[in-house]
Design a protein around this ligand. Structure first.
Ligand code: ATP
Length: 202
């Protein structure tokens, strides 16, 4: 899957609608300190389903909404839309029927986040699984934050293993296994309850 466009509105310092074309090959973002380079990378991570406000350098997720400046009032929502070129049909099953895939996340104050793929409402999990199955996503090792290289060097073996699993494209399977285990536990609890009822009736 090839990211082809990133559009931001009201996201952190990108208060006005901003449209970035991501060409094939290497893309570099340059600019003076504080101009918003890291905010761009965070927008990418956020639209892919990041749930940790801390990973967005905020105390709460609403901190990604433009907070206002001396000359401009704060915004009530932030929206990021990522366009994926799917002409090579590499998107995972369920998302693979169009040449272009548009993933949108919007957060509204006091309401929370809502996601869409190609204009249709979807759950956060659907978006997270879409990127996990494509071996990318908000926790992808392909997105390297400032200071992350030294963190990796000092990481414990378990954390390093997670990175290898991500690269091997099996992190989506782990998420599914976790969900299957939760369902199984629920079913076991129900069976115990059924046993109790049968005992009472006997
Ligand atoms: P550096 O090169 O120093 O790492 P950078 O180009 O990566 O800087 P960012 O860290 O992306 O810059 O952007 C920081 C700017 O974003 C700051 O000016 C900060 O005030 C602004 N900013 C962050 N969150 C918000 C928000 N919610 N509303 C308005 N501005 C914000």
């Amino acid at each position: 899957m090839q990211f082809s466009r990133l559009r931001l509105t009201g996201f952190k310092s990108f208060v006005d609608p901003t449209d970035l074309v991501i060409a094939r090959g290497l893309t570099g973002v340059v600019g003076p300190n504080g101009c918003g380079k890291s905010n761009l990378l965070e927008a990418l991570r956020w639209v892919m389903g990041e749930t940790r406000a801390k990973a967005m350098r905020g105390a709460g997720m609403e901190d990604v909404i433009f907070a206002g400046a001396s000359s401009r009032p704060a915004r009530n929502f932030a929206e990021v839309c990522l366009t994926i070129d799917n002409t090579d049909r590499l998107a995972p099953a369920g998302f693979n029927d169009a040449d272009q895939l548009e993933v949108t996340r919007r957060i509204t104050r006091d309401v929370g986040s809502a996601y869409k793929t190609n204009g249709k409402d979807v759950r956060a999990r659907d978006v997270q699984m879409l990127f996990a199955d494509a071996s990318t996503g908000s926790t992808s090792p392909a997105l390297v934050r400032q200071g992350q290289i030294s963190e990796l060097i000092n990481a414990k073996p378990k954390a390093r293993r997670r990175i290898l699993e991500e690269a091997a494209g099996i992190s989506g399977l782990y998420q599914r296994r976790h969900e299957a285990e939760l369902k199984l536990k629920g079913a076991e609890a129900n069976l115990l309850r059924v046993d109790d009822v049968i005992e009472q009736l006997a």
